[in-house]
Design a protein around this ligand. Structure first.
Ligand code: 26W
Length: 819
C-alpha cells in the first residue's frame, strides 16, 4: 500500500509552496521546495503521531524518558521517507516534476545538537525505540546553535557558527501550552507551620520558562511516532518597557539574558569537561522541565505517585543529566509532600545511568560553590543524599575512611556526578563488554563491590535504516535481493548472506557496488576539496572526533612513514591508497587542532609530489557530520579504529563501516573486541597492545617512548620530520608541540601517553598485510561480504531490546490506523 499517491503528493507540494511562499514551482528555489516537500511529508507523519498519542492515552504504557544533553539527529527528510516506506515513490513523484530528491535533501541543515558518539547513539536509540514500538520521549535542549561548522583555512580548523534554524525547521512543533518554570539562584528559608510542621521556601530566585519543541521520531513501517522534546528557554516576565522601577527593570533584563544564554549554544567539548557554570544551568534547565512534563503526563492517569516506577523510567545519558536524581527528590519531597524514605524509594526505582567513558578528563565534578549558589535547594538535597550514602558505606565497611573519601558524592569541595548517579541509579551500564569490565574491575570497582547487582553491559548499536537503507541504497538493494527485506527491522537476518561470500559472481557485484560508492565520494571530494582521487585505490578512512586517544596522529605518522618508503624505493610493492580523514577538534584543544594542520600539510606535500606517481593521496574532508558520513561509510574499504586499547568505551563508527562492508583495522578496544568475535580473525586486522597491557604500563609507569625513538630509524626519521620543516617549510617549529608530546613529559602530561610509538610497528605491519590482501580481490570481497553478514549484533534494535528487557521493562504498543 502506497503512503503517498503520486498525483496527490505533487499537488500537495504545490499547495504548500503557495501557502508558505506564495510561489509556483517555477518561481521557488530548492530551499523553498525542500520546505514544501517536508511540510507534505510532515502532514503524513502527523496522522501517525496523533494515532500514537491516542494509543498512549488508551494503553497507558510504561514510558522511557531518554535524558540527554545531546541528540545528533542528522537530516530528517530522507530518514522519515525511509521509515514511512515512501522513499522511492516520493523520489519518482519528484522526478516527474523534474526535481531531484537528493538535491532537495541536501537543502536540509543537519540538526547537529550533539558532539559525536554519545549524541549520535541517542539518535539511533530514538529510531529503534519507535521502530520496536515502545513509548519513548527523548529529552534534550533546543540549542540555537548546534555543533559548529568546520572550515579549513590554510590547513587550520576555523569554527563557524551553525545557524541551523535560520530558514525555519520543518520537522518541529512548538508547544507553548506545555511550558514549565525552572528556577535558579536565590536562597532557601525554612518556614514553620502552626502545627509544628516545617517546609522549605525558595525565594529571591530567577526563573525562566521552558518551552518544548517536539520532533517526530518515525518508526519503520509501523505507524508509531515517538517524540524528541527539545526545550527552548524564554523569559517569564514579559519585558515591560514601562517598568521604570529600577529593581524590576534589572530583574527583567536579567531574566531575558538568562533565557537567551541558556540555550544559545551546544558546548563543543567531547570527552573533556570545561566546568562552565552555564553548562550546569543547561543541565538543570532541561532536566527540571523534562521531569515536570513526565510527572504531569503520569498524573493524567494516576493519583498515587508511589506508582511512578511502574510507568516511568529516566535513562541518564552519561552524568550530564544526573541532577535529575536530586530534582526528582525535590519535587517528591517539597511539592508532593512525601517523606524522605518514600521519595528515595521512588527515585531509586525510576533512574538509571549509562557510563560512556573512562577518560578522567570527562568526569563531571562541579565545584560546590557554584552548585550551591545556582541550585540552593537541590544542593541541600544532594547534601542529604551524600550524608545517608556515607552512613551506608560506614555500615558496609565499618571504620573504613578511605572508602568514604573515594566514594563520597561531596568531597574536596566538589559534587561528583558519577557517584550521585550510581548511588541513586537502579542500573549502571557500560556500552561495550570490555568497557563494562573495566568499569567493574578498575574505574568503578568500589561501587561494583558495594552494588554488584546494579552493573550491567549494553553493547552499543547503530540503526541500519539510516546507515544502510538510506546511506547505501545500492548495497541495501543487493542485501534485500539475497535475504529479503526483513533485515530492515531485524538485522540478524543478514547472516543469510554468508554463503554468497564465496560466490565469485556475488563478490564481483559487491565490489562493483563499492566502486560506485567510491565514485560518488570521489565526486564529493573533488567538489569540496578540489582533490582528484582514484576510485580504484584503497579508501582508507578515519572519521570521528579528533582526540589524542583516538590516535589520528598514529595514522598520519604512518602515512609519513609510507611516503618515506616510497620515496626511497619507488618500485616497492604498494597498492594505491587514499587516506581519508574527517574530524572536528574542540575549539580549545591545541594538540587536536595541530593534528588537523599536520594532516593538511602532509596532504599538501604528498598530493603534489610527482615522485610517488599519485600512489598516496591524503584527503581531509571538511566539516565531517552525519550527512556526509553516510556517503563516507558507504565508500570505505578500510575502517580505522585505532584508539589506545581501554580508552574507547565502544565506538559506533566502527559498526557503521562494518555494515557497509569495510574491513576494520583496529585495536582490541571498545566494541572492536566484539566485532572480532563476530566476524572472526580472518576478516579483521588487529594490532597493538591489549587493554590489560596498556593499563599495566599506566600503573607501573614503565613506558619509555624515547627508547623506541632511539632504536627504530624509521620512527626516528618520521618524528624528526615534524621539526625539520619537511611538512612546514615556512615554520619549522609549527609541529614542535606534537613532537614534544610524543617524547617528553611536560606539565603533568607524560610522554606519549597514548602509546603511539609502542603500537607503531604492529600498526605498520597490519597495514602491510592490508596492502597484500587487497591485491587478492576475491579474498577481499569475501571478507567484506562476511563483515556485512556478521554485523547483525550491532543493530541498535538489539541494544534497545536489551535495555527494555533488563532495565526499562517497557510495554510494546501497536498503533492502528484506518486508512
Ligand atoms: C562533559 C564533557 C563531555 C562531553 C561528552 C564528557 C563526555 C562526553 C561523552 C561521554 C563523550 C562521548 O561521546 N563518548 C562516546 O560515547 C559513545 C557512545 O556510547 C561511545 O561509542 C564512544 O566510545 C565514547 O567515546
Amino acid at each position: 500500500s502506497n503512503v503517498f499517491n503520486k498525483k496527490e503528493f505533487v499537488s500537495n507540494v504545490k499547495d504548500n509552496l503557495k501557502n508558505l511562499y506564495r510561489k509556483t514551482l517555477d518561481e521557488a528555489n530548492q530551499q523553498e521546495i525542500f520546505q514544501a516537500v517536508s511540510t507534505t511529508v510532515k502532514d503524513e507523519i502527523m496522522d501517525r503521531w496523533l494515532a500514537t498519542q491516542q494509543t498512549f492515552e488508551k494503553d497507558d504504557p510504561k514510558t522511557v524518558y531518554y535524558m540527554s544533553m545531546e541528540f545528533l539527529m542528522g537530516r530528517a527528510l530522507g530518514n522519515n521517507l525511509i521509515n514511512l516506506c515512501a522513499y522511492k515513490e516520493v523520489k519518482e513523484a519528484l522526478e516527474e516534476l523534474g526535481l531531484d530528491l537528493s538535491v532537495i535533501e541536501d537543502q536540509e541543515p543537519d540538526p547537529a545538537l550533539g558532539n559525536g558518539g554519545l549524541g549520535r547513539l541517542a539518535a539511533c536509540f530514538m529510531d529503534s525505540l519507535a521502530t520496536l514500538g515502545y513509548a519513548a520521549y527523548g529529552c534534550g535542549i533546543r540549542y540555537r546553535y548546534g555543533m559548529f561548522k568546520q572550515k579549513i583555512s590554510d590547513g587550520f580548523q576555523v569554527e563557524v557558527p551553525d545557524n541551523w534554524l535560520k530558514d525555519g525547521y520543518p520537522f518541529e512543533l512548538r508547544r507553548p501550552e506545555y511550558c514549565y518554570e525552572v528556577r535558579f539562584g536565590g536562597n532557601v528559608r525554612p518556614e514553620y507551620g502552626e502545627d509544628g510542621s516545617m517546609k522549605f521556601v525558595h525565594e529571591n530566585y530567577q526563573s525562566v520558562l521552558a518551552i518544548p519543541y517536539d520532533m517526530p521520531i518515525v518508526g519503520y513501517d509501523n505507524n508509531v511516532v515517538d517524540t524528541l522534546i527539545t526545550w527552548d528557554a524564554q523569559a517569564k516576565e514579559v519585558f515591560e518597557l514601562d517598568s521604570f522601577d529600577k529593581g524590576n527593570y534589572e530583574q527583567a533584563v536579567a531574566q531575558e539574558n538568562l533565557a537567551r544564554n541558556l540555550v544559545e549554544v551546544l558546548y563543543p567539548n567531547d570527552n573533556h569537561v570545561a566546568g562552565k557554570e552555564l553548562r550546569l544551568k543547561q543541565q538543570y534547565f532541561f532536566v527540571s522541565a523534562s521531569i515536570q512534563r513526565a510527572l504531569a503526563r503520569f498524573k493524567k492517569h494516576h493519583d498515587d505517585i508511589h506508582d511512578l516506577p511502574e510507568k516511568v523510567v529516566f535513562q541518564m545519558n552519561d552524568t550530564h543529566p544526573t541532577v535529575a536524581v536530586a530534582e526528582l527528590m525535590r519535587i517528591l519531597v517539597d511539592e508532593e509532600g512525601l517523606g524522605w524514605d518514600d521519595a528515595w524509594n521512588i527515585t531509586t526505582h525510576c533512574v538509571a545511568y549509562t557510563n560512556h567513558t573512562i577518560m578522567s578528563e570527562a568526569l563531571e565534578k562541579w565545584p560546590i560553590e557554584i552548585f550551591q549558589r545556582l541550585l540552593p535547594r537541590v544542593y541541600q538535597i544532594v547534601d542529604e543524599i551524600n550524608r545517608r550514602f556515607l552512613i551506608e558505606i560506614e555500615n558496609r565497611y565499618p571504620g573504613n575512611e578511605y572508602k568514604k573519601q573515594k566514594m563520597a558524592i561531596l568531597w574536596d569541595g566538589q559534587v561528583k556526578m558519577a557517584h550521585l548517579a550510581i548511588a541513586a541509579g537502579f542500573s549502571v551500564n557500560g556500552v561495550a563488554k570490555l568497557h563494562t569490565e573495566i568499569l567493574m574491575n578498575q574505574e568503578l570497582k568500589d561501587f561494583y563491590d558495594m552494588y554488584p547487582q546494579k552493573f550491567n553491559n549494553k553493547t552499543n548499536g547503530i540503526t541500519q535504516r539510516r546507515f544502510l537503507a538510506h546511506a547505501n541504497p545500492l548495497l541495501a538493494d543487493w542485501v534485500t535481493k539475497h535475504v529479503g527485506k526483513g533485515w530492515i527491522t531485524d538485522l540478524s537476518q543478514v547472516a543469510k548472506l554468508a554463503p554468497y561470500a564465496e560466490d565469485p559472481k556475488e563478490q564481483q557485484e559487491f565490489m562493483e557496488i563499492k566502486r560506485k560508492n567510491k565514485i560518488r565520494l570521489a565526486k564529493y571530494i573533488k567538489e569540496h576539496n578540489g582533490i582528484e582521487v582514484n576510485p580504484d585505490s584503497i579508501f582508507d578512512v578515519q572519521v570521528k572526533r579528533l582526540h589524542e586517544y583516538k590516535r589520528q596522529l598514529l595514522n598520519i605518522l604512518h602515512v609519513m612513514y609510507l611516503y618515506n618508503q616510497l620515496k626511497s624505493n619507488p618500485n616497492m610493492d604498494f597498492y594505491p591508497r587514499t587516506f581519508i580523514f574527517g574530524a572536528k577538534a574542540a575549539a580549545g584543544y591545541r594538540n587536536a587542532k595541530l593534528t588537523i594542520k599536520l594532516i593538511n600539510n602532509v596532504a599538501e606535500v604528498i598530493n603534489h609530489d610527482p615522485d610517488i606517481q599519485g600512489k598516496i593521496k591524503v584527503v581531509f574532508i571538511e566539516d565531517y557530520r552525519v550527512s556526509n558520513a553516510e556517503w563516507i561509510f558507504a565508500a570505505a574499504d578500510v575502517s580505522e579504529q585505532i584508539s589506545t586499547a581501554s580508552k574507547e568505551a565502544s565506538g559506533t563508527g566502527n559498526m557503521k563501516f562494518m555494515l557497509n562492508g569495510a574491513l576494520t583495522l583496529g585495536t582490541m578496544d571498545g566494541a572492536n573486541v566484539e566485532m572480532y568475535d563476530e566476524v572472526g580473525a580472518d576478516n579483521i586486522f588487529i594490532f597493538g597492545m591489549s587493554a590489560e597491557e596498556v593499563i599495566a604500563h599506566e600503573q607501573h609507569k614503565d613506558y619509555n617512548p624515547m627508547e623506541i625513538y632511539n632504536n627504530d630509524p624509521d620512527i626516528h626519521k618520521v618524528l624528526n620530520q615534524l621539526i625539520d620543516g619537511t611538512f612546514s617549510a615556512n615554520d619549522k617549529e609549527l609541529f614542535r608541540d606534537l613532537y614534544n608530546s610524543l617524547l617528553s613529559n611536560q606539565g603533568g602530561k607524560i610522554a606519549d601517553r597514548y602509546f603511539i610509538l609502542a603500537d607503531f610497528r604492529s600498526y605498520a605491519n597490519e597495514q602491510q598485510k592490508i596492502n597484500s590482501y587487497y591485491r587478492n580481490r576475491k579474498a577481499w570481497a569475501k571478507s567484506a561480504i562476511l563483515n556485512v553478514a556478521h554485523v547483525g549484533k550491532f543493530s541498535s534494535d538489539r541494544t534497545i531490546q536489551e535495555y527494555v528487557d533488563d532495565i526499562w521493562h517497557l510495554d510494546k504498543i501497536t498503533v492502528k490506523m484506518d486508512r
